[in-house]
Design a protein around this ligand. Structure first.
Ligand code: ZN
Length: 117
């Protein structure tokens, strides 16, 4: 079984199985391994997820070891927004005041539901 030696910032050198590691490759044009490429593993000792940059040499080594590869586009270096921003106009101080006054009423919930399309 191939073992991969990696280093955790907390624990130092740790031995991993290929299945513990994911290699993210970002392609820029013809390059196989562009900026933003990295590999990620959960440290077997402290269970922290460690992400390290991967250059061409590291990527080749990991792939030889049987590590799963995720191919990503050039925009992949940016983390996706965790949730879609809500639509509609921004909340204004007037809206907030309206909401505050609404919440002071006993029937605020019924009124709020009535406002929702
Ligand atoms: Zn660790």
């Amino acid at each position: 079984m191939t073992r991969i030696r990696a280093s955790c910032p907390v624990c130092g050198e740790v031995d991993l199985q290929p299945a513990d590691v994911t290699l993210h490759l970002v392609r820029h044009g013809d390059e196989d391994v562009g900026d933003g490429s990295c590999y990620r593993f959960a440290c077997p000792a402290c269970l922290d997820v460690v992400t390290k940059p991967a250059d061409e040499r590291i990527a080749a080594l990991l792939q030889t070891g049987g590590v799963e590869v995720e191919l990503l586009g050039p925009d992949a270096g940016r983390e996706p927004h965790p949730e879609l921003p809500p639509g509609g106009p921004a909340l204004t101080p007037d809206d907030l005041l309206d909401l505050h006054q609404l919440l002071e009423r006993d029937d605020w919930f019924e009124r709020l539901v009535a406002l929702t399309p």
